[in-house]
Design a protein. Sequence first.
Length: 284
Amino acid sequence: MLLSSISYPPIPMFRLGPLHLSLHGLFAALGFLVGAWLLQRLARRKDIDGEALSSALTWALVGALVGARYLTVPAALLDGVPISDALSPLGGSFSILGGFVGGIAAAWWRLNRLDIPFIPVADLAAPALALGTVVGRLGDLAIVEHLGSPTGFLLGYTVRGGYDVAPAHNALECLPEGAVCGTYHHTALYDLIGAAVLFGVLWWMLRRRWQPGVMFVVWAGWYGLQRFAIDFTRIGNDMDRMAGPLTWSQWVGLAAGVAALGWLVWSWRRRGRLTETTHVDSAG
């Protein structure tokens, strides 16, 4: 019999001594660490100063936390949230796109202060960012977060009676145990799959010599347009703030995608090609 949907018991928040922990936060941190490890490994092959890179990664972590929280502020204000609540560091929502923006901006600032060229590091960071996204999304799958609108798609997630899904989706829970509460787009799974394919493409790109900036722009354009497309499955679920006809994440993703495509077209017309010579060393 063909699989009609995905369904498994979520792993809810748990206690570790006095702490309340969730796999969402743990895997987000693990994703950053895995991405940082891969970037440092690749950077060593290019003789990039490891100490300077570690410093930039520390700043990137701080920037990611700030960006993840505050890139959502415009959407909150457009939705009528009081400005004091929208700006509160302890409340509101967080955005992975905001984390990317804040982390990259902070790393750029720190590398610039250390006189380390940003673009070579950004190109190497592209596959690391994709891999970190894959790892981070595993936490979302574990707690079943970011469900979208109702669907009959075979990769949708079926909430069953007694399942304790992420707090944002408490309204989707039902009783009795085992009953079918509903099937919804599993947007975190879609994002994980897309990021995994992107990682494969970028890993392949490491084997060739590209114009500076191409790999980073491919990552930004791909992931931006990926989020733009995936978030259509979240429209109408009454859980994502809208900015006109689109979610705020869609506007950010669309802007990144259009900017990246524009840069690639401009670079192609300027130089007539995006790749230069085949790299003799394997990336693996």
